[in-house]
Design a protein around this ligand. Structure first.
Ligand SMILES: Nc1ncnc2c1ncn2[C@@H]1O[C@H](COP(=O)(O)OP(=O)(O)OP(=O)(O)O)[C@@H](O)[C@H]1O
Length: 266
């Protein structure tokens, strides 16, 4: 069984193809990065993997269950979704109520945007503290979420997503708006997660090669609603593939497992 399996998948809205002819397999313990220019279809692909939307054609199986034949609410309990761009949790409400980072993580247990206090016992509270520590946010537990920096919030959101002990963690542009130290802290946290949770599968959508954690095992390049290349990370993130994907000649370096790209000048 695969964590995510797509066969001949298309997603269409009136007059537009958002995904076309996509085949994709994600195995347990894989760490994928999906790269591609704006509008390529990356978020649409992630929303299929997250059982948030259904395909117009083809089949999507998530954790062995075919979308359209499964209670997606039950399925979503096993999927951790982190998206800075979407308001997956009502963060404004959390800000108004002065919720602490620890409370925000706790809400991941119930998958709610407000805390359901009677559902959280000592075990859940301890687990939320451990997850904050795992994400390098140990000292933030009692800090109001509203005063946390963007970088701190990014790591708190990952801790929240892990609260339900998901089989797969989906991250949609988790680095958006982060400065360099915050980016590096989040990358370190993701690399540590990969080392300490060998069965946790992750799929991350990103815009920049510099954001690809060294623990990434597989990559997909997308363009114009299609998969341009997919497979083991070293086979896919080649200068030729990346130049083709982003539409200009690129030079690519790899250092200590991390990736760096720059445009070649004519
Ligand atoms: N419901 C919709 N109706 C019409 N067009 C849509 C809809 N949802 C997405 N699109 C379009 O489909 C294309 C793919 O969107 P998607 O968000 O998957 O791209 P992306 O690769 O994640 O882009 P970005 O890097 O800019 O976030 C975009 O051109 C987007 O405007």
């Amino acid at each position: 069984m695969h964590v995510v399996e797509l066969e001949g998948v298309g997603v269409r809205v009136v007059g537009k193809s958002l995904l076309d002819g996509v085949d994709w397999r994600v195995d347990y313990g894989d760490h994928w990065v999906i790269l591609g220019p704006n509008g390529a279809g990356k978020t649409t692909l992630l929303s299929l993997a997250g059982a948030v939307r259904h395909p117009s054609e083809g089949t999507v199986r998530v954790l062995g269950h075919q979308l359209g034949r499964v209670d997606v609410r039950e399925l979503r309990r096993h999927i951790g979704l982190v998206a800075a761009s979407q308001r997956l949790i009502d963060e404004e409400l959390m800000e108004e109520e002065g919720a602490t980072a620890h409370t925000v993580v706790l809400t991941g247990h119930t998958g709610t945007s407000v805390p359901l206090w009677d559902k959280y016992g000592t075990a859940e509270r301890d687990r939320a503290h451990r997850l904050l520590a795992d994400l390098g946010c140990k000292d933030l537990a009692e800090r109001p979420f509203r005063v946390c920096s963007q970088g701190e919030r990014a790591r708190i959101r990952v801790a929240r997503a892990l609260m339900a002990d998901p089989a797969v963690l989906l991250l949609d542009e988790p680095f958006a708006g982060l400065d360099l130290p915050a980016r590096e802290d989040l990358i370190a946290a993701l690399e540590d997660l990969a080392a300490t949770r060998p069965v946790l599968t992750t799929v991350m959508v990103s815009h920049h090669l510099e954001e690809v954690p060294a623990t990434t095992t597989h990559a997909m390049l997308m363009g114009d609603a299609r998969v341009l290349a997919a497979g083991p990370v070293a086979d896919v993130l080649t200068p030729a593939n990346l130049s083709d994907c982003f539409g200009r000649p690129l030079h690519v370096d790899r250092l200590d497992g991390r990736w760096y790209a720059r445009a070649l000048r004519p």
